[in-house]
Design a protein around this ligand. Structure first.
Ligand code: PEP
Ligand code: MN
Length: 362
């Protein structure tokens, strides 16, 4: 499915120079002093072009700090007059949009909890109709590519063409080292579907703690993401929201200088060798597909045979023998056991499905 969005390339509306774009600022605006101090320090870091601050905070439980509200917009206006930073806030409903526009916020973003709800997205899109402002759309909390794309489409259909996506990681049912699992394959697929869409990575909400920020930020750049959003606070340990993942502006400066900026394309010799290796991979993938297709044809044959003889589909003993045997030979050939286990499982599920279909046919 090709997706057509009318998008203005990032460099047409934001001068990022050679350096990767960094959006930074506190998770939440807390006080005038905290906002201005943070902004003044961040403005000394050349990569930081946009100052973010949450004014209305979506909290899981009531009674927690829910943001300072409209008064924070006044502080953001001061950031604009005292620094060269652009400002960005999260909006979740048309009233937020109206207030943000009134106080001349430069860029709006839509948070992960809002993107899950198409009704909210449509209300936001309606309130943005005819307004010329850049909008950044975070991925929905759950790993659902269509919700993300749908949100981008709704905003674009409202006439907004300065659009970016923000990858902030996804809810994952199992324990992972991350607060939100990055599932890099999803933003990569988004870039494949909408090649001109700028995608900005938010390592702060992916990691949930400071020690992994650099690794995730580096990985994002290595995957050709178009920028980073990183939370920064003058006194992170005492932040009202997300204290573990925020860093001081000075730490942010160090983090940015440690990032390795790699070339997107190498010299002719490098490109030639890379092309050769990629051709080899293409051939192997074609073989893999042929092999899988042959396996499934055999599965259909076995399914029909078992059905003709009135035998059940699932034969557990055979399956556990297969797993044991394939894991042994696979690991001997240098494959990771967990990878192979997952692969065998997917093949097995598909095989059972095909046989079930055969059994259903009368
Ligand atoms: C935030 O950026 O502070 C925020 C609330 O993020 P998310 O919507 O990604 O959870
Ligand atoms: Mn936050």
């Amino acid at each position: 499915m090709g997706i057509k969005l009318d998008i203005l390339p990032l460099d047409k509306w934001l001068d990022t120079g050679e350096n990767p774009l960094v959006i930074s600022g506190p998770c939440s605006a807390e006080s005038e002093n905290q906002v201005l101090q943070t902004a003044l320090e961040l403005s000394k870091i050349p990569n930081v072009k946009i100052f973010r601050a949450g004014i209305w905070k979506p909290r899981t439980r009531p009674g927690l700090f829910e943001g300072v509200g409209v008064q924070g917009l006044q502080w953001l206006k001061q950031v604009k007059s005292q620094t060269s930073l652009l400002t960005a806030v999260e909006v979740a409903n048309p009233e937020h949009v109206e207030a943000a526009l009134k106080y001349e916020v430069d860029i709006l973003w839509i948070g992960a909890r809002t993107v899950v709800n198409p009704f909210s997205l449509q209300e936001l899109a309606n309130s943005l109709n005819g307004v010329d402002i850049p909008v950044m759309v975070k991925n929905p909390v759950n790993p659902d590519m269509n919700l993300w794309v749908g949100a981008l489409e709704r905003i674009n259909m409202a006439g907004i063409n300065r659009i970016a996506a923000i990858h902030r990681g996804f809810y994952f049912f199992d324990k992972t080292p991350y607060r939100n699992s990055p599932m890099w394959e999803i933003p990569i697929e988004l870039k494949r579907l909408i090649p001109n869409l700028p995608v900005i990575c938010d390592p702060s909400h992916i990691c949930g703690e400071r020690s992994m920020l650099l690794d995730v930020a580096q990985k994002a750049l290595d995957l050709e993401m178009n920028g980073l959003m990183l939370e920064s606070h003058i006194d992170p340990d005492n932040a009202f929201t997300d204290p573990q993942q925020q860093i001081k502006p000075s730490e942010l400066g160090k983090l940015i200088s440690s990032l390795v900026i790699r070339e997107k394309e190498g010299n002719i010799e490098f490109e030639g060798k890379l092309e050769e290796l990629r051709t080899e991979i293409d051939k192997i993938d074609a073989e893999l597909i042929q092999i899988l297709s042959r396996r499934m044809q055999l599965i259909d044959e076995i399914g029909q045979y078992k059905k003709d003889h009135n035998i059940t589909i699932l034969q557990l003993k055979r399956w556990s023998n297969i797993v044991q045997n394939r894991l042994r030979t696979g690991v001997d050939s240098g494959l990771q056991k967990e990878f192979l286990q997952k692969l065998l499982e997917i093949v097995h599920i598909e095989s059972i499905q095909r046989q079930t279909d055969i059994y259903r046919k009368s």
